[in-house]
Design a protein around this ligand. Structure first.
Ligand SMILES: Nc1ncnc2c1ncn2[C@@H]1O[C@H](COP(=O)(O)OP(=O)(O)OP(=O)(O)O)[C@@H](O)[C@H]1O
Ligand SMILES: [Mg+2]
Length: 367
């Protein structure tokens, strides 16, 4: 799967532009503030209907412009083409179009254009709140397990119901017991998908990591959100009083987490920034490999400021792994010399230069 063409209008400082990227490696270079990250942000918007830089989309819309728009033509693995479009105005109105039809939800975009983002904030996957790791995990599960989304929606509904009951107690006990059964069923289902996914991810992650950096003893494990030896229904009954006091359900898949440990320690507390970046890259590249296997489709990688925090040896190792994924990759950097060399001769590499919001293609594999 690759973006064959995309058009960006009124995103940050970018001048309106249509790009025809390489199906494999694309390098965007330019000075600070030129607009490199904004290009990745535009692709992210197309794939997820949101930015990775700000929770609100308003700052993404170019000053003085009423709306920002991104269109993209996607070549699917099975040869089909999809046309995606997203537009967002200052009133907060969204329009998502897939093949000329209005789409109802962003998950349809996510399915058509799976994205992996690696940027200077990526260390949060190790250091940040469990929610970030759950999102990482569920991205993988969502793309390889079709039944996941509906189980997850059932869980959300049952959980909202239970939390409201905990706070207001308006439902009779029998009806609430039925909701709890639904909650436990959906939870077990989600847990089984997540567990299967982690089992598949672990060996791929370990292999990828060993090709990137030597980190003896780094382990990845999964916590499902409640005691691994007890049924959720049992845990819910024993924590009911406490749940009522705090007004929400403490145990369940909504509390799941991934744990990365180095020996006895939480990896985030021990690893250097560069090592953290490499671990995150290995996790995200491993997800790409699993997606390749599952769907014979691929995700697109957005790697913002690839060279930062990495020495030459690790930079090259990372480039090689990205290259071997056979996915479309968009890489930004300030100095293109750092990334110009080292690609295999048969890998199509296209280079773009970004300056004051204008983008020019400086090198194309087809030339
Ligand atoms: N809504 C907006 N409208 C117009 N310009 C904006 C808007 N938001 C941000 N900018 C400007 O657009 C540019 C965006 O730069 P961007 O972050 O894409 O740069 P970059 O090339 O990634 O830089 P760096 O190398 O520092 O990461 C900045 O100069 C910023 O001041
Ligand atoms: Mg940037």
């Amino acid at each position: 799967m690759a973006l064959t063409r995309f058009t960006i209008t009124a995103v940050r400082n970018l001048q309106p532009v249509t790009l025809s990227p390489s199906p494999r490696i694309n390098i965007l270079s330019g000075d600070n503030g030129s607009g490199k990250t904004s290009v990745l942000e535009a692709i992210h918007l197309l794939g997820l209907a949101r930015s990775f830089r700000s929770t609100r989309l308003m700052p993404v819309i170019q000053h003085e412009q009423p709306a920002c728009t991104v269109f993209g033509q996607v070549q699917m693995a099975d040869g089909r083409q999809a046309n995606l479009g997203i537009s967002r105005d200052r009133q907060g109105e969204f329009q998502i179009r897939i093949d000329g039809q209005n789409a109802r939800s962003a998950s349809q975009l996510a399915e058509a254009l799976p994205l992996q983002l690696i940027n200077p904030d990526s260390f949060r996957l190790l250091e940040g709140a469990p929610k970030i790791r759950r999102q990482f995990l569920d991205w993988g599960v969502f793309h390889v397990e079709q039944r996941f989304l509906s189980a997850w929606q059932r869980l959300q509904k049952a959980l909202r119901q239970r939390n409201s009951w905990l706070r207001h107690g308006t439902l009779d006990a029998a009806s609430q017991a039925a909701w709890d059964r639904e909650l436990c069923l959906a939870s077990d289902e989600i847990d089984s998908y997540r567990r299967a996914y982690i089992q598949a991810l672990k060996p791929v992650f370990e292999k990828t990591l060993s090709e990137l950096v030597e980190l003896e003893g780094l382990t990845l494990s999964y916590y499902r959100g409640w005691d691994k030896d007890r049924a959720l229904s049992d845990v819910l009954s024993s924590t009911l009083q406490r749940d009522q006091q705090i007004g929400h359900t403490q145990a369940g898949p909504q509390r799941a987490d991934l744990r990365l440990r180095l020996g006895q320690h939480n990896a985030a507390e021990i690893l250097s920034r560069g090592q953290q970046k490499l671990v995150v890259c290995a996790l995200r590249i491993a997800q790409g490999h699993l997606l390749n296997e599952a769907k014979h489709g691929q995700c697109i990688y957005l790697v913002d400021d690839l060279p930062s925090e990495l020495d030459e040896h690790h930079r090259r190792a990372l480039c090689r792994l990205l290259e071997d994924l056979h996915c479309q990759v968009f890489i930004t950097c300030v100095d293109h010399e750092l990334l110009r060399e080292g690609w295999r001769t048969d890998t199509p590499v296209t280079m773009f230069h970004v300056e004051h919001g204008g983008i020019t293609q400086t090198h194309d594999h087809r030339e």
